[in-house]
Design a protein around this ligand. Structure first.
Ligand code: CUO
Length: 684
């Protein structure tokens, strides 16, 4: 059996053929003669010798009967690839099945070596990533950060020119980092630019890409798609994106994002991405301000759909919410119940293959992406490919992403509003009283502090056809100073018990400076942490570090460098480092705030862990960013509705957060102070 690690070499320099040297140890795949594409066939023995002689090691590739690759081959090599385009989803589903179906790692490696030189690199990378995450025999292998394989999706193309220059002229080891410009997509005349640091954050876009990788829409093996509470997590993770984005907007004197709810009206926001696709050798198309979505007829992409179709699907969602039930393909109706209704709706909306009735409820969310992504060339007359909204790795850069998703979110909110509010006794945890929560950090009591920080990524792996070695690039992102929560809890139950702690933060004022009502504020609540903790009888003082948040993954994992990973692949140590490129980037845990100090309220609730816990074995699973990502191959680790206790309207009489509180909850007014200075990562 060959080393499964070799599979990771297929992520290295994605458009360079795999008979060339790959990885740090200059590995070369030794291919069966007929695997060489025609253009290389004549010279294959020369090529084999040439790259083989200088190789650090060779990897023999097994000659197998190749599966039928006709369908995956239909996506042209130099085309963009989108999970939102139905045709691409079908193609990807097929390729995932092929990769999942290979008997063992050797066969998988063999088919990969054949595919790598022929199939669209984005498609290949995506499907191989999904397969590696889901095959039992590749567990513990970690897929390289997408930003390393395809840095062109994350940064200004000027960087690549400089990077090539550096790689060609300076030998590895003495190369100075190059700087990735920030704030380069628009001037300050464009108000939306004030939150570009958030939209265009590399870690943020990586999180979103990784989330959709962990939760693919399509595969013949339903188990890959049909994960525990998947539809609900689709709703919740994207709801939290909107809540967090709104907090950033409010900190920057922008109003909360408005829903894109009238498909006939122009979209006022324009977006000029200033990204190039190295694979497609094209600039990503812009969208001018005031663009309208139009009926799409693009035979090349096998998409023909009218705007009215979106409206029809939308009306069916509203009808389902109104009736409290959905219609199945056999015309039976099923009620949307308290426990699973949101999950069912989430799956219909997303819409993956686990949608209960795709025929009727259609493909609302994905096609929203598609209509917007093709709004500049809906009939392909200009031979343009889709805009950034078409790709989960780039969509969050565009202001319209948030308008679309806040529209989608509002449909879920309308459903959730119909649920019976939680009664006070249902929220309470009798015998447990939270007397206080506070924050301790470098900026003083109850103050969060933020500033800019510069970090580095290695572009070497993604720079095809350049000299080997690492090329470091430096980029600037938001960062907060680490802090801790101090929570005081009195346990008068007379015995030790286990509490589930939920910590949220929200703005306190609307865009005009007026206090937010409970109904508005609950929708702006951002989850900061959720953890369990034993409570002894009497008084307990609990300290919890910001670094341990259940929402985020550590900085190192967002931008992980494979050579830094600990332990042998497959070991527990490595697995912990692994699953999990999915997770909110830790450097965006806290909104930016303002220089004067932006007022927020911090909320904590302690509930009965015995009622919330899920009994399951978590050994070897990556579970430290479960709130937005779930746990690989496991159930979602909390029985309560995602977003609890803020996922519903308040009970009668609750007009403010203070009205909402039961004795097991506490709040604290805090502020977020931003310092307009930049530090290097590693300095404090
Ligand atoms: Cu994540 Cu619309 O689902 O982008």
């Amino acid at each position: 059996m060959s080393n499964k690690n070799n599979l990771l070499l297929f992520f290295d320099r994605p458009t360079e053929p795999c008979f060339m040297q790959k990885g740090d140890d200059k590995a070369v795949f030794e291919l069966p003669e007929h695997y060489y594409p025609d253009k290389y066939k004549k010279v294959s023995s020369t090529l084999g010798n040439r790259f083989g002689n200088e190789a650090g090691r060779t990897i023999p590739v097994r000659n197998i009967a190749l599966p039928n690759l006709d369908l995956p081959m239909q996506l042209p090599y130099n085309e963009q690839f989108s999970l939102f385009v139905p045709r691409h989803r079908t193609i990807a589903g097929k390729l995932i099945d092929i990769f999942m179906g290979m008997r063992d790692v050797d066969d998988l490696m063999s088919v990969c070596s054949y595919c790598q030189m022929r199939l669209n690199p984005y498609l290949f990378n995506y499907c191989l990533s999904v397969a590696i995450l889901h095959r039992p025999d590749t567990k513990g292998l970690s897929v390289p950060t997408f930003a390393e394989s395809f840095p062109d999706k994350f940064m200004d193309p000027k960087v690549f020119r400089k990077a090539r220059e550096v790689a060609t002229t300076v030998s590895d080891g003495s190369r100075m980092p190059i700087t990735i410009p920030s704030n380069y997509t628009a001037s300050s005349q464009e108000p939306e630019q004030r939150v570009a640091y958030f939209r265009e954050d590399i870690g943020l876009n990586l999180h979103h890409w990784h989330w959709h990788l962990v939760y693919p829409f399509d595969a013949a093996d339903r188990a890959i798609v049909n994960k525990d509470r998947r539809g609900e997590l689709f709703y919740y993770m994207h709801q939290q994106i909107i809540a967090r984005y709104n907090a950033e907007r409010l900190c920057n004197n922008l109003g909360r994002v408005t829903r894109y709810n009238d498909f006939r009206k122009p979209i006022s926001e324009g977006y000029f991405p200033k990204l190039d696709s190295q694979v497609a050798s094209r600039a990503w198309p812009p969208r001018f301000a005031e663009t309208k979505i139009r009926d799409i007829d693009r035979p090349v992409d096998v998409i023909k759909i009218d705007v009215s179709q979106l409206e029809t699907w939308r009306d069916r969602f509203l009808e389902a919410i109104e009736n409290g039930s959905i219609v199945l393909p056999n015309n039976r109706t099923v009620p949307l119940d308290e426990a699973t209704g949101i999950d069912v709706l989430g799956n219909l909306m997303e819409s993956s293959i686990v949608s209960a009735n795709r025929g009727y409820y259609g493909d609302l969310h994905n096609m929203g992406h598609v209509f917007i992504a093709y709004s500049h060339d809906p009939d392909h007359r200009h031979l343009e490919q889709f805009g950034v909204m078409g790709d989960s790795a780039t969509a969050m850069r565009d202001p319209v992403f948030y308008r679309w998703h806040s529209y989608v979110d509002d449909i879920f909110v309308q459903y959730k509003r119909k649920l019976t509010p939680y009664a006070a006794d249902r929220l309470d945890f009798s015998g447990i009283r939270v007397s206080a929560i506070s924050v301790e950090g470098s900026a003083g009591a109850n103050t969060f502090s933020t500033q800019w920080e510069q970090s580095t990524v290695d572009l070497g792996r993604g720079l095809d056809f350049t000299p080997r070695g690492s090329v470091l690039a430096r980029f600037t992102h938001l960062q907060h100073n680490e802090y801790q929560y101090v929570i005081e809890v009195t346990n008068s139950t007379g015995s030790s018990t286990m509490g589930m702690f939920r910590i949220f933060m929200a703005p306190t004022q609307d865009e005009n400076g007026s206090p937010l009502s409970f109904e508005e504020q609950r929708q702006l609540m951002i989850e900061l942490d959720k953890f369990q903790q034993g409570l002894s009888p009497g008084n307990n003082k609990i300290r919890r570090r910001s670094l341990d948040s259940s929402v985020t993954i550590p900085y190192e994992r967002t931008f992980r460098n494979q050579s830094d990973r600990p332990g042998d692949p497959g070991s527990n140590e490595a697995a912990e480092f692994d699953f999990c490129g999915c997770g909110w980037p830790h450097h965006l845990l806290i909104p930016k705030g303002t220089q004067q100090g932006y007022p927020v309220v911090l909320f904590v609730m302690v509930s009965n862990w015995n009622e919330d816990m899920i009994e399951q074995d978590l050994v070897g699973s990556c579970n430290d960013a479960a709130s937005y990502c779930g746990i690989r191959d496991r159930r979602y680790p909390d029985r309560k509705a995602m977003g609890y206790p803020f996922d519903r309207r308040g009970r009668d009489g609750v007009n403010s957060l203070t009205d909402f509180l039961t004795p097991n909850m506490a709040v604290r007014d805090c502020s977020i102070r931003f310092t307009d200075a930049t530090r290097q990562r590693g300095q404090r």
